[in-house]
Write a new protein. Structure first.
Length: 365
């Protein structure tokens, strides 16, 4: 899918003017705090119903306003769809062709994206929450119903934790349901990583010039080979500890993703350059994976890649984007940090105080 048109009203500092991005590379330039990242965030919201910067809906709404809307028209060359997200103090509402979708999965599969930004470097530094989210994104590409499975698991987890905190004696209903829901999450994560990790390792090897080998493994907080019953058993065994602390200690929300470089955890022994290589490899592999699983190229959103990637890694990214048959959105302070190493960049926009102005083509030598 390609985003043909996007319009925002009351979103961050962006001026309510329509934007019609090109089908390939789109670059948004300008000083900091002018709205470059806000544009990528609006595209990301339209795709995922979330933000890569905040969980608070209020933060997305222009100061002084009570609501906001982001609308977009996407096309796959055969037909179009109109997506919309309405934000208010009550939360978010999503629309496809002006109607609320039957499920979250039905909405999320329309316009898939992959995001790469400065915060992603925390994955290499050991942030397990981000590593799990990475596997969740891959799992959704493999199975769109995964998002509903995750919602079921989170609901069961919240109910069990509430029962623990209120010191209810009979946890069996929540434990049984949580075990089955958790097993489905773990199984899909494991399958996704099993297919994805070789691509990550290959890209990492290419960037490092063949000198580094990455190993990624999924480590559940229980014996996964025992299935849902194994998770149920460990939840029963940890009943006293869970009651004492007031929350569930085992399950997909506590699982770990280990990344080793030369046999050692990269978060503890990797250099900054190796961290950058890992994260770039993971994001590019996810793009290729999603395309393979869905049959279409996701849009790639890159927030200020020059702030985290050095010349060598920007060069590799530029070569990748040259051959990428999909839509790309890049924010950058200056044209020197645009990750394209040859030819010319079309669809360059200047952002100032939330207003977008197309400036034409910037040649890159």
């Amino acid at each position: 899918m390609v985003l043909k048109r996007i319009l925002y009203r009351g979103f961050r500092n962006l001026s309510p003017e329509p934007l019609e991005p090109g089908p390939a590379l789109n670059v948004f330039c300008g000083p900091n705090a002018q709205g470059k990242t806000n544009i990528l965030e609006a595209v990301y919201l339209l795709s995922t119903l979330g933000s890569f910067r905040t969980r608070r809906v209020r933060d997305l709404i222009t100061v002084g306003e009570n609501e906001a809307e982001v609308e977009g028209i996407v096309s796959d060359g055969y037909g179009t769809a109109r997506l919309g997200v309405h934000l208010s103090k009550e939360g978010k509402k999503a629309f496809v062709d002006r109607k609320q979708p039957f499920s979250a999965a039905g909405y999320l599969k329309v316009f898939p994206t992959v995001f790469f930004g400065p915060g992603d470097m925390e994955m290499a530094k050991g942030d397990q929450s981000l590593r799990r989210k990475y596997l969740d994104r891959a799992s959704f590409s493999a199975d769109p119903s995964y998002v509903e499975k995750m919602k079921n698991y989170r609901r069961a987890l919240a109910q069990r934790n509430e029962a623990l905190q209120s010191n209810q004696q009979d946890l069996e209903p929540w434990t049984t349901f949580l075990s089955q829901a958790g097993w489905e999450i773990c199984r899909q994560r494991s399958l996704s990583l099993g297919e994805l990790k070789e691509t990550v390792a290959r890209i990492h090897r290419d960037i490092s010039g063949g000198t580094e080998e990455i190993e990624i493994s999924y480590k559940p907080s229980w014996k996964m080979e025992e299935g849902a019953e194994g998770l149920r058993n460990i939840l029963l065994e940890s009943d006293a500890e869970d009651r004492k602390r007031g929350f569930t200690h085992h399950g997909p929300h506590r699982d770990k993703v280990k990344v080793k470089l030369g046999g050692r955890e990269i978060s503890e022994h990797g250099s900054q350059g190796q961290h950058r290589t890992l994260v770039l490899s993971m994001k590019l592999a996810l793009l290729l994976w999603a395309k393979e699983k869905t049959g279409s190229s996701p849009a790639f959103l890159l927030d200020d890649p020059g702030s985290e990637l050095d010349k060598k890694r920007l060069g590799y990214l530029g070569e990748f984007l040259t051959g990428w048959k999909g839509q790309v959105f890049v924010s950058s302070v200056g044209s020197d940090d645009i990750p394209v190493n040859a030819g010319s960049v079309k669809n360059v926009y200047n952002i100032e105080s939330g207003r977008v102005a197309k400036t034409g083509t910037v040649s890159k030598n």
